[in-house]
Ligand binder design. Structure first.
Ligand SMILES: *[C@@H]1O[C@H](CO)[C@@H](O)[C@H](O)[C@H]1NC(C)=O
Ligand SMILES: *[C@@H]1O[C@H](CO)[C@@H](O)[C@H](O)[C@H]1NC(C)=O
Ligand SMILES: *[C@@H]1O[C@H](CO)[C@@H](O)[C@H](O)[C@H]1NC(C)=O
Length: 612
């Protein structure tokens, strides 16, 4: 029987419920359990793909091509799992599902109502998705964390709260626990419990009893003993059921902060985890995860050497739109034992026009670029700021500064090369200039199986390293693999008509798609590190297993021999974060049956999502 841990929120949203939920999952994983996660968003939207990055933060892409928001990324990274689009439930999705069934006549003409039809659909969905294997074991998870977005008491979340009330009886008391995350404001040193009392009352009124109350303090002072006693008394829970989460130096410390307050023991008792048979392998896996996580967090405190990189982007006002990129850089810096100094430059500030309009801004921006150990140009859409990005890329290329281009950054690196090395001064992407004389980047849609008629190439795709690339740094960072799988999200690609000329002039496309038609990884040989990828490798980074292209970039930015050291380490330790790797054997790929196999592989990825 799966154990469910629901994480709800009270008082205000945006106080780190997701981090508390994923940390709890990680702690249980450290005991050897298999953990999955579901995020409930009480909005009407059905698809996150069209959300504007400047408003909503990053659009996170899953293996199955699902475009979701950054919370699911949090779970994938913490729990080292592979989720599907169904791990995200929205009001819109549930209503759509129930209305479709009603149209099909599944309800035999009865009146369809929020209770019981919507609430039952929510419970069925959670039960179904919680059983989907998400990790390398390929087995059903033991524990499912359900994060309920919004706050209890909202009109929006009411059907979900009611569904959870019913769910505790459906699955039974010992398979259902609730963590309620509340805010404890600190007013001039006094910790206030009233908001917590009020939200716990509201929760009880709706028929849910908190098993743990996680008190969030937006200050560096821990929860005081007296506050804890007061909450225990007024909220009718034992003291061990009240835990404090104050601000700590990094989110990677939150799991250990919760552990030190005994929540694992509590959940162990409460959910009767002793009834689960722990095999020696499970225990071993858990212990090794715990050791590595502890080493990561303690080392992090002792990092004095720095590595500075600059991100030249176009949504730099909202840093959340680069969440996964930041995580990939952080994870890589941990591995290199450096403190990451990440600077931001708005790419349009590097353009000559800014020099005229605001010289100070222009000089500041350039000073940052010139002073950085490495230059990163991430993904994005639209023409604004792209000329500035190309100026930064040209600098990195000519001055031999480590460079990583992701998606748009890769396409711009190709365009810059075409203009300045190939001498095609009118080279441009047809995304920005439909009539460019030399369209080196063009629109190349893929008819995707998941999005009928969709124009985006989305989700996990293989990249095949070309013959003779065994020595390429990028390939060795992937431990020498012949095929690597990364997530994609793009509409434009390098124009095949220019590939031969680009290659002759020295730009090497070392990785291509399974048909050899799409250019996916580029590396310049006589440069310390100049790499571009059509994929978004940042979506597959893990704290203990950084994304190889980012690791190479950060290591190169450290200077010295760090890159070679990390390549050597990767050769023995790198493991791809997806079990998918095992689906298509390398030999089969070379024997020409690859199309069939890839389709089979992709279908298996898609069937994870098992559309209802
Ligand atoms: C889930 O999907 C909805 C609609 O597509 C989106 O607004 C929301 O941000 C997504 N949530 C997560 C955690 O991905
Ligand atoms: C993460 O998952 C992958 C594949 O599922 C596995 O090979 C790897 O060992 C896992 N890493 C950790 C640190 O558990
Ligand atoms: C490329 O297109 C952009 C957007 O239309 C334009 O601003 C830029 O001048 C073009 N560059 C060249 C070299 O044609």
């Amino acid at each position: 029987m799966t154990k469910y841990i629901v994480v709800s929120g009270g008082v205000v949203s945006g106080i780190g419920k997701g981090v508390i939920a994923s940390s709890t999952g990680l702690l249980l994983k450290m005991t050897g359990l298999k953990v999955t996660a579901i995020k409930i968003d009480p909005y009407m939207n059905v698809d996150a793909g069209t959300m504007r990055p400047t408003e909503h933060g990053e659009v996170y892409v899953l293996n199955d091509g699902g475009e979701v928001d950054l919370d699911l990324g949090n779970y994938e990274r913490y729990l080292n799992v592979t989720l599907s689009r169904d791990n995200n439930i929205t009001t819109g999705k549930i209503y759509q599902h129930v209305i479709e069934r009603e149209r099909r006549g599944d309800y035999l003409g009865r009146t369809v109502q929020i209770v019981p039809h919507i609430t039952t659909a929510i419970q069925d969905w959670i039960e179904r998705v919680s059983k989907i294997p998400v990790d390398e074991t390929g087995e059903e998870p033991d524990v499912c964390i359900v994060e309920l977005g919004g706050t209890v008491g909202d009109i929006e979340s009411a059907p979900f709260v009611e569904a959870m009330r019913q769910f505790q009886f459906r699955v039974g008391h010992e398979n259902f626990a609730l963590i309620h995350v509340s805010l404890v404001p600190d007013m001039h040193g006094e910790q206030k419990t009233k908001p917590t009392q009020t939200t716990v009352h509201a929760l009880r009124g709706l028929g849910l009893l908190p098993d743990l109350i996680a008190c969030r303090l937006i200050v560096p002072q821990p929860l005081e003993k007296a506050t804890k006693e007061k909450i225990s008394m007024f909220c009718h829970v034992a003291e061990e059921q009240v835990v404090g989460v104050h601000d700590v130096s990094s989110v990677y410390h939150v799991p250990l902060l919760l552990q030190s307050q005994g929540i694992v023991n509590y959940l162990h008792k409460r959910l009767n985890l002793a009834s689960i048979v722990f095999t020696p392998e499970m225990t071993q896996r858990g212990l090794s995860l715990e050791d590595r996580w502890k080493a990561l967090t303690t080392n992090q405190e002792r990092l004095y050497d720095r590595v500075s990189v600059v991100l030249v982007g176009k949504y730099t006002n909202l840093k959340d739109s680069y969440m996964s990129v930041i995580k990939a850089l952080e994870h890589s810096a941990f591995r290199c034992q450096r403190r990451l100094i990440l600077q931001w430059v708005e790419s349009s500030d590097l353009e000559p026009q800014t020099q005229e309009e605001d010289p100070a801004k222009y000089h500041d921006a350039w000073r940052t670029v010139v002073g950085a150990g490495g230059i990163l140009v991430p993904g994005g859409f639209g023409a604004r700021g792209t000329e500035g990005m190309m100026l930064a890329i040209k600098w990195a290329r000519e001055q031999k500064v480590p460079f990583l281009g992701v998606c748009l950054g890769f396409q711009l690196a190709v365009t810059e090369w075409a203009r300045h090395v190939l001498g095609l001064s009118g080279a441009n992407s047809s995304e920005f200039d439909a009539n460019a004389p030399d369209p080196v980047v063009i629109f190349m849609p893929e008819i995707s199986r998941t999005h009928m008629g969709g124009t985006m190439r989305l989700g996990l795709r293989p990249t095949i390293f070309q013959a003779g690339t065994e020595r390429a740094r990028m390939r060795r960072l992937y431990a020498g693999a012949g095929t690597v799988w990364e997530r994609h999200r793009h509409r434009y690609e390098v124009n095949p008509a220019y590939v031969e000329r680009l290659q002759k002039s020295g730009m090497e496309f070392i990785g291509k798609d399974e048909k050899g038609e799409r250019m996916q990884i580029m590396e310049l040989p006589d440069h310390p590190y100049f790499v571009g990828l059509q994929a978004h490798p940042e979506f597959c980074t893990r704290p203990l297993n950084p994304s190889p292209p980012f690791l190479g970039f950060v290591a190169a930015s450290c200077g010295g021999g760090v890159l070679e050291e990390q390549i050597a380490a990767q050769l023995s330790s790198f493991k791809p974060p997806h079990p998918v790797e095992s689906m298509v054997s390398e030999r089969a790929l070379q024997e020409g049956t690859k199309d069939e196999l890839l389709t089979a592989g992709r279908e298996r990825v898609l069937s994870f999502s098992g559309e209802p």
